[in-house]
Design a protein around this ligand. Sequence first.
Ligand code: URA
Length: 240
Amino acid sequence: MERLQKVIAQTGYCSRRKAEELIQGGHVEVNGKRITEMGVKVSFEDDITIDGNAINLKEDKVYYLLNKPRGIITSTNDEKNRKTVVDLIKETKRIYPVGRLDYDTTGVLLLTNDGELTNLLIHPSNNVEKVYIAKLKGIPTKEELIRLGKGVIIDGKKTSKSRAKIKKIDKKSNTSIVELVIHEGRNHQVKKMFQAIGYDVIKLKRESFASLTVNDIKSGEYRELSVKEVKRLYALVKQK
Ligand code: URA
């Protein structure tokens, strides 16, 4: 038996916090009985509905690794009807992205219907490593990159420790390619971190997420994760 909000989140329907709001708001019924208190325990045998719609507790889990192209939004649906990352994947199950990449960011993006793994991977306490390759306008100095690595203030809060190193410089065009390894997933984090030391990001690619890369996948294409890869992800976030 598990707590109701945890079971709802594990289906991938929403986050655990959102599930708590739905329960408190009187939207959730278990075996036909409305539940508004926290702490009720349920099993995967129970019938759970949200606003009268049954949620599927036993759906097979699917995991996709997408090489996200530029010009696609990371969302499950868009009010302007633009193409989303979910539209790129031929899957009838309701899947969603694990975290976000900006419209113009390319690279590694995981999509799944496994709410439990998603919540673990994006939880800040699990420190999942993300490697970004940024093309910058300008060439940062060693000292600036050390300052970046120690933490800079973005949106009023210091970033945790990161590692930055120059991969390439082009003096003629006054641009550089810099690798940045971070363990957080704040909004527009990489662009804001470079802005904090005075550089604009011209291009951004996520090179790896939890050590998964898309070197073998063309832009806009994807592959399923193997059972071994899924197990490794669980081991990575559960061992802490
Ligand atoms: N940081 C950003 O600024 N943008 C992304 O898409 C991902 C990380």
